[in-house]
Design a binder for this molecule. Structure first.
Ligand SMILES: [Zn+2]
Length: 264
């Protein structure tokens, strides 16, 4: 079947950069067409028809014409804008982080329905006021699943023995998960993992999002789980996400009370 020259698709903006006087190049994720780059010509002129609709953190319906290098945006409608998500700096920074991981996980023009659905669901959760850290961890765990790199949290990745609650174990992302106390693991590795953090990792794999939202954990265990999953994602994608530096900065800055309304 010949590929039509013009087509319409749902899309979410993953990233963008300005080009020339008034154009902008967007990286979009679409449910069936995968990731693609598109150019919005003249979009930075105040008179542009495309104007303010081509924003991140929204599900768009985009009309595109096939082009040689980039497809060309001919039309945009906002299907749903996740406006609350933008009210909190931490939610917005988390949304950029999630977008970056999505971008890095996809090759252009490869179908990506599960990743599209995962991104959309994460934005809905941030928009609904769920704690950004919980959404980020949930996203990371499910992204790893989709990439075929689900972390092993039940059995030692070296000897395949079920790890027991009363032993000391370590978290070794390059090997794919948890290592029991009997196995040496890599010599330079020294990342111990607490039982509570391991339980939280299991929860992210097994519980639905409503149950995860209701979990209570100490800040220490949350941080430990965060570090464990970030390490795993860094190994899986073979580099650190650029947006993490900004996210960490946002979280350390004192946040005025007025800007955290809607945050959980
Ligand atoms: Zn072992």
């Amino acid at each position: 079947m010949p590929v039509p020259r013009r087509y319409t698709t749902d899309a979410i903006v993953l990233s963008r950069f300005d080009l020339g006087e008034a154009d902008r190049v967007l990286t979009l994720i679409t449910p069936t067409g995968g990731k693609l780059k598109a150019i919005a010509k003249g979009v930075r002129r105040p008179t542009s028809r495309l104007g303010g609709s081509l924003e991140p953190f929204a599900e768009l319906t985009v009309g595109l014409a096939r082009g040689r290098t980039f497809d060309v945006v001919t039309e945009v409608r906002v299907g749903h804008a996740w406006l609350n998500l933008r009210d909190s700096l931490e939610s917005a920074a988390t949304a950029w982080y999630i977008a970056e991981l999505t971008d890095r996980s996809l090759e252009e023009r490869h179908a990506s329905e599960p990743l599209y659905a995962l991104l959309k669901r994460s934005y809905e959760l941030l928009d609904a006021g769920m704690a950004p850290g919980r959404v980020a961890r949930w996203y990371e765990m499910h992204l790893l699943d989709e990439l075929g790199q689900r972390p092993e949290v039940d059995r030692c990745v070296e000897c395949d023995r079920v790890v027991e609650a009363d032993e000391r174990f370590r978290w070794v992302p390059p090997l794919g998960g948890v290592v029991c106390q009997r196995c040496p693991g890599p010599p330079h590795d020294r990342t111990g993992l607490s039982l509570e953090a391991l339980k939280l990792l299991k929860a992210y794999q097994r519980l639905d999002i409503e149950a995860i939202a209701g979990l209570r954990q100490s800040a220490t265990v949350e941080r430990e789980t965060e570090a464990a999953l970030r390490d795993f994602v860094r190994v899986a994608l073979e580099r650190e996400a650029r947006s993490l530096a900004f996210l960490d900065e946002v979280r350390q800055a004192p946040v005025p009370a007025s800007s955290v309304t809607g945050g959980a």
